[in-house]
Design a protein around this ligand. Sequence first.
Ligand code: NAD
Length: 439
Amino acid sequence: MMNISIFGLGYVGAVSLACLARDGHDVTGVDIAPEKLELIRSGRTPVVEEGMVDLIARVVAEGRVRVDSDTRAAVLRSDLSLVCVGTPSAPNGSQDQSAILRIAADIGAALREKSTPHVVAFRSTLAPGTVEDVLRPLVEAASGKRDGVDFHLCFQPEFLREGSAIRDYDAPPFVVVGACSDFAVERIRDLFGHLPCRFLRTSIRAAETVKYCCNNFHALKIVFANETARLCEALGVDPFEVMNLVCSDTQLNISPAYLRPGFAFGGSCLGKDLRATLHLARTRDVELPVLGSVLESNSKHLEHAISKILASGKRHIGLVGLSFKPGTDDLRESPLVHLAERCLGKGLSLVVYDPSVHLSKLLGANLRYIEATVPHLGKLLREHLEEVVAESELLVVALADPGTVEVLVREVRPDQLVLDLVRIPDAAALRGRYMGLCW
Ligand SMILES: NC(=O)c1ccc[n+]([C@@H]2O[C@H](COP(=O)([O-])OP(=O)(O)OC[C@H]3O[C@@H](n4cnc5c(N)ncnc54)[C@H](O)[C@@H]3O)[C@@H](O)[C@H]2O)c1
């Protein structure tokens, strides 16, 4: 069992205090609001949460909870501090970090007097980079000590939801710890390793970012379901029936499918069906701003690749892949065709390799599309990847199958640049200069 200090006794801090004390730890709660300290001191909860009234009364009566307004005393009394102070929005949308800055400086000053290793776990939601770029220097300066040597900082995002906070505390989706030191990770494991979920270690920056990413994803999902419902209402369709069906596909819908960073989407279906959905919504006067911005976001991603190609200053471009996804010769709405067209438009020389695309075999709508978009494709296509590598200064790679990667590893020269659109496995084995699309 551990001695723990908790800074900030709002929803996150108060629930953590009650649950850690329930689990047998000795916990000291610190807050700048005297009324919160007084409530807890008298066995009452400072937040309205299911189960908190009874739990706080019990753990306070059992004597495992103290409260204090003195940061120094709380740090000296504990082995580990959880920092849960608020990080609200400033008027310009940025994060108001005044509370966390103050607490970091106060904890640092207290650490000056401590000779045993102390773990500080930041649990407030923080803009990526805050712990390493702002809080670590602050604590080091105030303590005169070194992170990873004399004390150990880490970031552990909190995923509880108000209204079911105790249940979420006991059954979180996962425990994520961003840390540089094993010591910090092991202390967090001592506290939360028993929970019925995966315990995942990552970098501090990734842990800070994943919290934002999860909340943004939740917001996006809610808005998606509600936009779908508004369209359903206008069409006389039951939105619950539709969304239940959507969620019953755990292969493509509620799954990691389509959640891997990569290149823009394309193909004969997604763009066409989105446009038809938006047209339908317009005819019924239904506004769908999120769905309405999906195609724009997709073209921004294409532009991102094009700007990297142009910024490289290379004139001879080799494109590896052309169809909208590997293994098909469907070129309709392939973002790689747009990319090829844009390179040609900018006066760059281009050669293309795609083992699935044989001009002589293209038929029907596919052939008409390519004749209209890149009429001179025949002159650009090469039969072998080796030819494309030999003729290029910059290789834009959109295929990552083992055969393609093997040739790239063998043929790419140190003077060549590789722009990776698909996260090539074994990219470190490439002899050229490597550039990821956004990694
Ligand atoms: N509420 C949630 O459901 C939830 C879930 C996950 C993460 N978070 C994040 O956790 C953090 C805390 O959220 P919350 O909802 O518990 O906030 P809250 O506003 O309810 O509580 C914050 C507490 O910090 C105290 N405080 C401010 N400055 C202090 C200082 N210098 N020393 C000690 N205490 C100080 C405040 O008095 C307040 O009691 C935020 O960053 C939030 O984004 C919240």
